[in-house]
Design a protein around this ligand. Structure first.
Ligand code: ZN
Length: 152
């Protein structure tokens, strides 16, 4: 069996064809661009935070199926979380993409575990992690000099 098939399982295909939370927000608190030059994936992530929670989140963009599906799945997962929870989720997904599913219990990730096969394909890791790095950048405290997102 072609292991790449795992990457394109049903959930990923569904989210890439019909991305959720797509279209952008009218009044975002934060708006960040993300770009993956290796594949050409682009997205803009709009986030509205209220009372420490991600009240609304939406993206626009274009790119490969993995990048779109990951962004769609990310917005679904993050909506309603506190900023702290969203940052923690970024850390876990980052670990999943770079270290693999032995590092992160995928049963705790729900739908996001659909992305758990990505780490075996280094060329696709940046596609999958683009939305997450952009999220991290959007949720950073102002003035935080942390490493930059995968942005231009
Ligand atoms: Zn891509």
């Amino acid at each position: 069996m072609n292991p790449l098939a795992d990457l394109y399982q049903e959930l990923v295909i569904d989210h890439s064809k019909r991305p959720r939370n797509f279209g952008g927000l009218e009044a975002p608190c934060e708006s960040r661009q993300g770009y993956n030059p290796l594949c050409g994936d682009r997205l803009r992530l709009d986030v509205r935070v209220k009372d420490g929670k991600v009240e609304a989140i939406s993206f626009v963009g274009e790119g490969c199926a993995i990048s779109q599906a990951s962004a769609s799945l990310m917005t679904e997962a993050v909506k309603g979380l506190t900023v702290e929870q969203a940052r923690n989720l970024f850390s876990r997904m980052h670990l999943l993409f770079t270290e693999g599913d032995a590092s992160v219990p995928t049963e705790e990730l729900g739908k996001l575990s659909a992305l758990s096969g990505v780490w075996e394909f280094p060329s696709r890791v940046k596609c999958a992690s683009l939305a997450w790095h952009t999220l991290r950048s959007a949720l950073e405290d102002d003035g935080d000099p942390s490493e930059p997102a995968v942005t231009e």
